[in-house]
Every structure is written in C-alpha cells, then in structure tokens.
Design a protein. Sequence first.
Length: 319
Amino acid sequence: MPNFSIDPQLEDAATHDLQASHSATEATPPSILIRFHHQNYEVEMRDRDWSIHLIDPETSISELYPPNFEDLLKLARIEKLFVPTHCSETELKQWADICEPYSIAVFLQLPPCSILPQQRSRLRWTLKRSLDRIAAAILIAILSPILIAIAAIVRRDSQGTIFFKQWRVGEQGKLFRIYKFRTMISNAETLHQQVMGTQAGLHKLQNDPRITRCGRWLRKYSLDELPQLFNVVRGEMSLVAPRPWALYDALRISPEGQQRLNALPGITGAWQVEARSTLLDLEQVNHRDLKYLKQWSLREDFRILCLTIPKALSGFGAC
C-alpha cells in the first residue's frame, strides 16, 4: 500500500482544504473519485488528489488522517467509491476487491437515465420489488433439493468451488457479486483474455474450452443461474430485468448507451427470451434493453417470465 503525504492549506477560518498525493500502485488504481463523511470532515478523491473539507475547523487533521490507505479505510466511514467508466477492467476489479472487506459500495460514474421504470410508476415498482423477494424466497425453498443435488454434482465433476462469484454492474452502476454454479475450470477468469482475445460484442463463446463436463448441460438449461435467486432476495437483482453485464462488457459500451447500466438487473429479460446468444452485438443488446425499460410494465414482466421456462427447457440460445 502507498503512503500519503499531507500538505495542509488554510483557506478561511471555517474550512481547511488539504491535499494528499500518492504514487499509484497496482493495489491502488488511479482515476477514481471517492466521497465519504467522517464525524467532522468530508473527503473527496479525484484522480490521485485527496481533498479534505473540515466541518469543525478546530479539528487536528494529524489526529484524523491515517498514514496509509488501509488505515484510512479502517478509520473513516467511507460509504461510496465512484470509478469513471474509462478505467480498465483490472483497475475496477482491484478497487472492488480493496473496498469489499470494508463494506464500501463501488459505483461506476454513469450518465443519468430518465427512462427507469421506478421513475414513472413508484407504486407498481414497489409492488414488483416486493413480489421479487417473495417469489425468490419461495423458489429457493421449493428448489432446495435440486440446488443441493447440483452442488454435489459440481463438486464431484471438477476441482474448484461449487459457486462462482463475479463482479457485475447493478442498479445505479453499483458493483455486486453475482452467484452462479461454477461451470468452468477453477482458473477460468485468468484465461479470459486468452480465450476471448479481441472478440467483438458480448464475450460469449459457443465452444469455450474452459467449460467443464457438467457445466455444459448446466448452461444449456440455465441451471447455473439458479443461485441468483439469492441475489434477488438480497435486493441486488430482480426476477425480470436486463441482465447484469460483466465488467469487461460494461466498460466497452459507448458513452451514449451507458445510461442503461443504471437499471436494476435481472435473472431473465427480453434479450434472454428473444435472442440470447444469437445476438451478441453490444449496441444492439443495449438498444433492446433500453426499449424494455421504456416500455416496462408488470404485464410485460409476466409475459417474459412465462416465456423463460420453455426457452430454458429447450436450451434456446445456450452458450
């Protein structure tokens, strides 16, 4: 972890602005914005510069400001960390991993979105979110024997963990861990760029060599997605909404389409039942998601849910 040097500058009797500079390392990526509140000061970090605004001018900054980044996270009550979309996937992952132990929410800095369903109909949206959690909890209880059986199969089929966790972009650009049954070899993430290379569009490959034996039929019938019911119960996802994009896909969206990343993600959606892996162009998939958001209704969600079951059982668009 890098060390921070403090250079106090008195602006007036009520506010001290302090700048702290540090050398970027692999563990602390550059080009981010941090905002947080402590008992008597506010902090912002833009790029590699920290700006501290004291609420109480009598407070000694030397007593509050720790000498390194880890101590800062332990001492201060940081709530949110905002990362620009022009950062790399590696940088974004690093910040998410650093902040996770301290329960700091990491967000992508996104343009505002004026077509989100909850902005048009708060009552129906609240009903949808309540139904999401209730239905997901019931499904977990009903499907628990199947979940246990799949977990045992994954465990016996290949070395590695039962569940696969991956950072995805959620509502308002907030990063969260998505849960799936593991369908690839244990070091699949490290081989991602090697396998996908410069592939345009969504990073999906029909004959991905990293997929395990049982992983192929789990993916074919979308059984690997079942643990995402826990994401729904946690409020991170919905049963029906645009899919949460992986970081390597989300960061490649054009600036004009980034507003779509503000939407609450879902287990299934219009793209899953209409195209799935037959349509991998980033902009076209993004356009379909924006169309869903503009035309959202509870009736449309119900229609998509009804279409999802036969599509999953038929292995439609599996990849």
